[in-house]
Each structure stands twice: as structure tokens, then as C-alpha cells.
Design a protein around this ligand. Structure first.
Ligand code: SF4
Length: 186
């Protein structure tokens, strides 16, 4: 599938009940040829209203954090595990993730990233390991299917608990190093 076909098909998706409440489906944003892909769990209120991922308070914090390592949206592609907002920002249910993950798989096939950074536990458990423990394993790198994968705390968690920010800063420095590494391979 090509981007246009994928985006048009996804826009009509009713594979799970989250379609019933959405204002906008939040497909993805950023550079479709980037080496880096960021994956969060699902849209929040602002994302649902605007149809763009990570544009609310958590997204603004994410932008600030990535700016520290000189990254902005032209440097990565960003999407979520589920494309429609779960009510009251609850975690997406396993069945909703299962229904939606195919869209993300198609996005990964088209972007062909060298690195995937999961934003938070839900994405890490879905993409890295179902038993992933974000408190213990954030910042660690694993390679799956030729893609380097890691996770950091979700920016919403960093808004709630500022004490996690220094270790996230270390994880971002590690991301910067990994990006340099994959850039040198080409
Ligand atoms: S969350 Fe995903 S699977 Fe569910 S309706 Fe939205 S796009 Fe479809």
C-alpha cells in the first residue's frame, strides 16, 4: 500500500468502537522518509480536535525535549498505537490496540525507520515486549527485525512527575548517539 491509499483507508476505519466518538482520526505526522519513528499510545483531547499527534501539553513538552538534541518534526515520523481517542484518555484496551495495530505496521513498512522510540509503557509493551517494565527498561536498546528499538517515559508521565526528567534526558542523549550510529552506517 502507498501512503495515499493507506491514509484514505485508515480515515474510514471502523474496526473498533473508538471510531464512534472521534472528532478526527489521528493518522500520523512528520517526515515519512525519516530514520527515526516515534510511537505513542493514542490521541488525547487536543490531538482528537486537531487530527495531529502530540500537539497538546504533552506534545509541547516532547517538542521541547527533542529540541535539546536538535530534533524537530522534519527529523522523525510520529504516530500512535491507536488512531482514535480513548474516552477520558484511558489506556487503549488490548482489543482496540489489536484492531488498530495493522495501520501502524503499514506505516512502519512505508517509513522503513532504522530506529523506533516508544513513548511510554503501552507502546513499549506492544512493540518491544509484552512484559516491558518502563521504570526498569527505559533507555535500553534492543534490535528487532533490523530496527533499533527503545522506550522513554511518556511525556504525560513527565508532566505529572518532573523527577523522571533527568533520566529521560539521559535516554535522549542515548537516542542522539544511536541516530549518529545509524547515520554512519549509510
Ligand atoms: S482506533 Fe484504530 S482500529 Fe479503532 S476505529 Fe480508530 S483507526 Fe480504527
Amino acid at each position: 500500500m502507498e501512503w495515499k491509499e493507506l491514509e484514505e483507508a485508515c480515515a474510514k476505519c471502523d474496526r473498533c468502537s473508538l471510531c464512534q466518538r472521534r472528532t478526527h482520526l489521528v493518522f500520523g505526522d512528520g517526515n515519512r522518509q525519516a530514520k527515526l519513528m516515534l510511537v505513542g499510545e493514542g490521541p488525547g483531547e487536543q490531538e482528537d480536535l486537531q487530527g495531529i499527534p502530540f500537539v497538546g501539553p504533552a506534545g509541547k513538552l516532547l517538542d521541547q525535549m527533542l529540541a535539546i538534541i536538535d530534533l524537530d518534526r522534519k527529523d522523525y515520523y510520529i504516530a500512535n498505537i491507536v488512531k482514535c481517542r480513548p474516552p477520558q484518555n484511558r489506556d487503549p484496551l488490548a482489543a482496540e490496540q489489536e484492531a488498530c495495530i495493522g495501520w501502524l505496521r503499514e506505516q512502519v513498512k512505508l517509513v522503513r525507520p532504522k530506529i523506533i522510540l516508544c513513548l511510554g509503557r503501552i507502546a513499549a509493551q506492544r512493540l518491544i515486549d509484552p512484559s516491558y517494565r518502563i521504570t526498569r527498561e527505559h533507555g535500553q536498546w534492543v534490535q528487532k527485525g533490523g530496527i533499533w528499538m527503545s522506550a522513554i517515559y511518556h511525556p504525560s508521565a513527565l508532566l505529572r512527575d518532573e523527577s523522571k526528567r533527568p533520566e529521560t534526558f539521559d535516554d535522549l542523549l542515548s537516542l542522539r548517539d544511536k541516530l549518529r550510529e545509524v547515520q554512519q552506517e549509510n
